[in-house]
Design a protein around this ligand. Structure first.
Ligand SMILES: [Zn+2]
Length: 325
């Protein structure tokens, strides 16, 4: 928080019912997968910038009511819409900058952005009650709570479903298993379409749903999704947030993902390979990643042992894609 003499240029200050947020640039909120000064303190919160307009929207990805996993609720569509100001640095902030390596001298920003948001508890109460009337600062694109719930959750579900399909058909991590005939490259209906072509079609549908989500929510799907990952405590050092799929929302219970590439399949088809550095710990990976071992984190012997364990449990050396080795 800084003393009287110096003050960090990236900080939050709680003042009873409100919180003042100070940060070097509004761009600090443009990357939902990176922690901002706000999500650092309150992981369930996310800040969405309204480009071209000097405003931000702050909302919470907290679980509302009996939702769990990746499932959202209309209450997650309640946000605070707040003006932000760009201002020059105070003497105390300049003093703080001069004490740092990054922001000293030429590194000092010319201006800072500042806004005042409702206290996180107010935002959470608005979400839990799915009610914009909880505080004057709260708002939503769709004011009717039941309609908001129906529309937001159904678009969210469509995005998860397209994500699920697109991942199965991905060029890099795809296991095209259990696809509906219209999306199955092996189906005779798709003689003229391969997996890459079908993947492009799915991606276009997903983009349309993402646009719809932005229009009805007032913020981006990815902003809510990344915040939900933080709420769930999901930490995947090798993957980007966008590699992950809301499998439960897509109706894929019992499925999980490869921790190296994000490829998806029923959980029992993955290999659990002992790490080279810590043999007591295994990492869940798909066949391709296990064999490619691009990071050198396990040995060939460890992969063979993992294949044997899977064979004992499942009967036969069946790969994720279905063929035998
Ligand atoms: Zn993989």
């Amino acid at each position: 928080m800084g003393s009287e003499d110096t003050q960090s240029i990236s900080r939050i200050e709680e003042h009873g019912d409100t919180v003042t947020v100070v940060t070097p640039s509004v761009q600090d909120f443009w990357h939902p997968d990176r922690k901002s000064v706000v999500s650092q303190e309150w992981p369930d919160l996310f800040v969405s910038t309204v480009r071209g307009d000097e405003r931000v929207r702050v909302a919470t990805a907290t679980h509302v009511g009996d939702t769990d996993g990746f499932h959202i609720h209309g209450g997650n569509g309640v946000y605070a819409d707040i003006p932000l100001v760009e201002r020059e640095l105070t003497e105390a902030e300049i003093a703080w900058c001069e004490d740092t390596f990054t922001f000293g001298g030429d590194g000092r920003p010319e201006t800072l952005v500042e806004f005042e948001m409702p206290h996180p508890e107010t935002l959470r109460r608005g979400a839990q009650q799915n009610d914009t009337d909880v505080a004057p600062a709260l708002d939503a694109r769709i004011r009717d709570p039941d309609r908001r719930h129906d529309i937001l959750t159904s678009i969210y579900e469509r995005i998860a479903t397209e994500d699920f399909r697109a991942t199965k058909l991905s060029r890099w991590k795809g296991y095209p298993i259990d696809l509906d005939p219209e999306w199955d490259p092996e189906s005779s209906d798709n003689d003229d379409r391969d997996a890459a072509h079908l993947n492009d079609m799915v991606s276009m549908r997903k983009d349309a749903h993402l646009q719809d989500f932005r229009d009805v929510a007032g913020f981006e799907y990815r902003e809510l999704f990344s915040a939900r990952l933080r709420v769930l405590g999901v930490h995947e050092p090798w993957l980007e947030d966008r590699d992950l799929v809301a499998l439960d929302v897509a109706g894929a219970e019992g499925w999980t993902y490869c921790r190296a590439c994000g490829g998806i399949a029923p959980a029992d088809r993955f290999l659990h390979v002992e790490r080279r550095t810590d043999e007591d710990r295994t990492v869940r990976v798909c066949d391709d990643c296990a064999e490619r071992n691009s990071r050198g984190y396990w040995t060939e012997d460890a992969v063979a042992r993992a294949q044997d364990r899977r064979a004992q449990q499942e009967g036969g050396q069946r790969r994720i894609g279905g063929e035998y080795v």
